[in-house]
Structures are given as structure tokens and as C-alpha cells.
Design a protein around this ligand. Structure first.
Ligand SMILES: *Cc1c(COP(=O)(O)O)cnc(C)c1O
Length: 382
């Protein structure tokens, strides 16, 4: 079986974990947490990093600490992993879904602009939906597959309409837009270290920001809003969202290898693009010239997605269809969905992710490519 995207633990992971166990520092205090936070922040070119138990709850914390709650709305792309929308929903705010660009699969900025101009109004330092008066507090761009949209245009629109920007950068560690790292564009950004991400701590996340006050508050809220370490005094309702030291230790070891991992991912991506170009009706995700993507998970489109998926499963090649669009999920069907042509549905129906692990061998990749070529050769007329 050739896996899709699995962790690669080839560095100091064992050494640092052993250190935690030998010293007894396995839990929520310990030097690896601080070191990991700083390593991720430095990598992303931001000042502060706040570790969290996972990316989903990191995003939730960002929403919560900006006071987003019941009655508010947050703009989220319609093609994303469920966690982005859930992070908004946990606060009782309503995600408003924006359709995606059919080529880049990122939030469609033309559509966003049109929506803001036609359906929203700015009042003093706020943005409101004309139809209902609902306050739109924030926008959460998602760097889908480590690709990015035109961040300057997005920030300008957000600025003009007084929208807070929190980046779902969970897939974009190692991705840059015009030389600036993902996660550093908005007020806050969040990375994930789930098992399938470019580096992994098993589960984990880091929130990044340049804002000292926000960083302090995020840390405070993530540690049960404890004020006095001795007397159990807590000054507001907080959360237990900390990442434990033993997982941060793995994170430190993984960060040490990140540049090598990205180089591997880029090689895998380039080779797939070269070998699959012109095969059947395969179309690649478009990456604009301004973007230096981390090439986390190779994904392409074909009108025969379903048949190809079944075929690859039979060949023991793990492949995955793309996420079901948010507007099609039962709990979000009543939410506002801004679209003209429902490109989300097309991207969802046609896209397939194929094996892209850091440790994918050349022989394995050749096998994946050969099977995909064979599949399309058997179906020349479709
Ligand atoms: C992985 C991911 C998350 C959530 O991260 P976890 O660490 O798994 O909670 C959020 N959004 C997107 C787009 C993701 O891919």
C-alpha cells in the first residue's frame, strides 16, 4: 500500500521525547513548548507563537479572543476542511461561505469584492449585511493545499470593510506570498501539526501573531485564564488548549527537518506535474507566480475522478477525493453561500489527492504515475 501523506520521523524526535520522559517533563510545562512556539513563529516571520492542542482549537481561540460570538458572521471559503467553519460555529457565530476560484481553489476575491460592495455596508468601523443588519466581524482565508490567493488584495478588502483577518494557515507551513510567509498577513494565523500535515506532532497547533497583547491573551485563555499560579485565581472563562511538552519535543525535532521536507515535497510535486501533464483530461491546481507553495499534498482534477479513485484503491494506492463543500453539509445548509457558478461543487467533484508523503520513494511515485497513465489509456474516449 502506498499511503497518502504520513509523518516522517527521521531526526531527533526520539532523543527529545526520551529527554521529556527521563526528566519527567511530559506535561503542560516544559522547555520544548516555548522552544517549539518560537521556532514556528521565527519560521513564519512573526514575533509570537502560542502552542495549542490542535489547529482547530487554535482557530477557535482566535475567534473567541476577538469577541466573535452569537449574532456575528465570519467569511469562510466554501472549499475547506470542516475545522475552519467549526471554529467559527463554536463561538455561535455564523460562517458565511464564499465560493472559490475554479483554478486556484482559494477564496474567489472577485466574488468577495462584489459581495462586500453589493450586499454589505460599512458603518463606523464595522461591516454589516444589508439584508439583515448582521455584523460581519472577520474573514478567515484558508491557504488550501499550501497555495495562496492574492493576499494584498484580500488585506485591502478586509481593511476597507473593517474585517479582522485570521488565516487558516494549517496547511501552509513553508508557503510564501511575494516572499512573506503564510500566517503573518492577518492579525493571527494558525498552523496545524496533525498527522497528515507537512510536519507533525501527532496532534498540535501553533497560533502566530505580531501583536504582543493578542499573544499574551491567547496564552492566557489557553491556560484556563489562570492569574495566580498558587491560588487558583482565574479572571475569565478560559480553556485547556495547551500543547503538552512531549508533543512539542516532537515538534522541535520536526521543525529541524522542515526545509528538507519541503524540498522533498517540491520534488514530488514537480515530478507529478511533469509526468501527468497531458495525461487524460488531468488539470493541475493553478499556483500564481506570486506564490511559493509548500506542495504539501498533490491534488489534481479530472472528470473521471470517481472511476480513477476506485481504480487506485484497487491498486492499493491511497487517494482521497477533495472535501465536501461547506454549503452541502447538513449543519451549514441554512448558512449564506455566496456564489455565481458553484465552482466549489465542481472542484469537489473532480479533484483527487494522491500519495505525497515526504518519504515517498522514487519507485513508489513511478508506480503511482504508471497506474494513472494506465487508467487513462484504458479509457481513451472518455
Ligand atoms: C488540518 C486542518 C485544520 C485543523 O487542524 P487540526 O490540527 O487537525 O485540528 C484546519 N483547517 C484546515 C484547512 C486543515 O487542513
Amino acid at each position: 500500500m502506498i499511503p497518502l501523506s504520513i509523518p516522517h520521523l527521521a531526526g531527533n524526535e526520539w532523543k527529545y521525547v526520551k529527554d521529556c520522559i527521563d526528566t519527567g517533563w511530559i506535561s503542560s510545562a516544559g522547555a520544548y513548548v516555548t522552544q517549539f512556539e518560537q521556532m514556528v513563529a521565527d519560521y513564519a516571520g512573526t514575533r509570537y507563537g502560542i502552542a495549542a492542542v490542535n489547529g482547530t482549537l487554535g482557530l477557535h481561540l482566535c475567534m473567541h479572543l476577538h469577541g466573535i460570538g452569537q449574532g456575528d458572521a465570519v467569511l469562510v471559503p466554501n472549499i475547506t476542511f470542516i475545522a475552519s467553519a467549526n471554529a467559527v460555529a463554536y463561538t455561535k457565530a455564523d460562517p458565511i461561505f464564499i465560493d472559490v476560484d475554479p483554478n486556484t481553489w482559494q477564496i474567489d476575491l472577485n466574488l468577495l469584492e462584489q459581495f462586500l460592495v453589493e450586499q454589505c455596508e460599512q458603518k463606523t468601523a464595522g461591516c454589516y449585511l444589508k439584508a439583515t443588519g448582521q455584523a460581519i466581524k472577520a474573514i478567515m482565508p484558508v491557504h488550501v493545499l499550501g497555495n495562496m490567493c492574492d493576499m494584498e488584495r484580500l488585506l485591502n478588502l478586509a481593511n476597507e470593510y473593517h474585517l479582522l483577518v485570521v488565516e487558516d494557515s494549517t496547511e501552509a507551513l513553508g508557503s510564501y506570498w511575494k516572499g512573506k510567509h503564510a500566517g503573518g498577513f492577518g492579525k493571527m494565523g494558525v498552523f496545524s501539526f496533525n498527522g497528515n500535515k507537512i510536519i507533525s506532532t501527532g496532534g498540535g497547533g501553533v497560533i502566530v501573531t505580531d501583536d504582543e497583547a493578542l499573544a499574551k491573551r491567547a496564552k492566557h485563555l489557553s491556560t484556563q485564564s489562570k492569574v495566580d499560579p498558587l491560588r487558583y485565581f482565574h479572571d475569565e472563562i478560559g480553556f485547556n488548549y495547551r500543547l503538552v511538552n512531549v508533543l512539542a519535543a516532537i515538534g522541535v525535532a520536526q521543525m529541524e527537518q522542515l526545509n528538507t521536507f519541503i524540498a522533498h515535497k517540491k520534488r514530488i510535486d514537480a515530478h507529478y506535474r511533469e509526468q501527468l501533464d497531458g495525461v487524460g483530461d488531468i488539470r493541475f491546481q493553478k499556483v500564481e507566480a506570486a506564490v511559493d507553495a509548500n506542495c504539501w499534498l498533490f491534488t489534481f482534477s479530472t472528470s473521471q475522478r470517481e472511476e480513477l479513485l476506485q481504480y487506485l484503491i484497487q491498486q492499493k494506492i491511497v487517494s482521497r477525493p477533495f472535501w465536501t463543500p461547506m454549503n452541502q453539509l447538513p449543519m451549514f445548509q441554512q448558512n449564506l453561500y455566496i456564489t455565481q457558478a458553484d465552482y466549489s461543487n465542481q472542484v469537489h467533484a473532480d479533484s483527487l489527492s494522491i500519495p505525497s508523503s515526504v518519504n515517498l520513494t522514487e519507485a513508489q511515485q513511478a508506480q503511482v504515475i504508471a497506474h494513472i497513465q494506465a487508467f487513462f489509456e484504458q479509457r481513451p474516449n472518455q
